[in-house]
Design a protein around this ligand. Structure first.
Ligand SMILES: C[S@@+](CC[C@H](N)C(=O)[O-])C[C@H]1O[C@@H](n2cnc3c(N)ncnc32)[C@H](O)[C@@H]1O
Length: 198
């Protein structure tokens, strides 16, 4: 697994250059989501939120937002820079605390793709345990590539495996603008899942 703690300590965060392109697409997914939701839409969890570069999009769309990340330094930076009212917590997505409560929306931009199989299954289980009926999961993940020693990635099958209790309602290619080599060779995809209304 990527050593994110070390990268944040060194200030080497190349994924943040993807912010503008991914942010524009996230906005469009959130606009679509708003069509199916009341206003305000509910509670959102930004999984592997890093320094919080996407949490403001959630707040701007009216979501009561929590950001969770494994790296305390990233969470510290998110608390300093992020929008007011967001709850940023240090936590492991493979073992989320039930104290976080339930969520209507989960956003995972670049976290799931770096986990091994056991962690991916645990991520799916842990997120599912906190999902409100009818919850949505929006995931942006790199695909597997011949550059796998340098860059992480997961196949659609691996994503679906971890969220077998969810319905996959959309899959779309994501833009690669802003991604340097070899990340721009990973055919990133957006996935949108819906949890059954139970
Ligand atoms: C590629 S970065 C993306 C960060 C952020 N979503 C963004 O796009 O700026 C992946 C993030 O996932 C976090 N992460 C990795 N494994 C995690 C885990 N098990 N639980 C919570 N966060 C994790 C890393 O610390 C890192 O901040």
């Amino acid at each position: 697994m990527t050593n994110y703690a070390r990268m944040y300590r060194l200030g080497f965060t190349p994924w943040e250059r993807y912010g503008p392109a991914a942010g524009a697409q996230l906005r469009s997914w959130l606009d679509r989501e708003a069509q199916d939701r009341p206003s305000p839409p509910g509670r959102a969890l930004d999984i592997g939120c890093g320094r919080g570069q996407f949490t403001s999009e959630l707040v701007d769309h009216g979501w009561e937002t929590t950001g969770v990340d494994l790296v305390p330094l990233a969470i510290e930076a998110a608390r300093e820079k992020g929008p007011a009212g967001v709850d940023y917590v240090v936590g492991d997505v493979t073992d989320l605390s039930p104290d976080l409560g339930t969520f209507d929306l989960f956003v995972d931009i670049g976290c799931f793709q770096g986990l091994d199989r056991t962690q991916r299954v645990a991520h799916g289980r842990s997120v599912t345990a906190l999902a409100a009926p009818g919850a949505t999961l929006l995931m942006l993940a790199f695909g597997p590539s011949i550059y796998r020693r340098m860059v992480e990635g997961v196949s659609q099958e691996e994503v679906e495996d971890a969220f077998s209790g969810w319905e996959l309602i959309d899959v779309e290619d994501a833009p690669t603008k802003g991604l340097g080599f070899p990340m721009n060779r990973t055919r990133p995809k957006w996935y949108r899942f819906r949890r059954s209304t139970g």
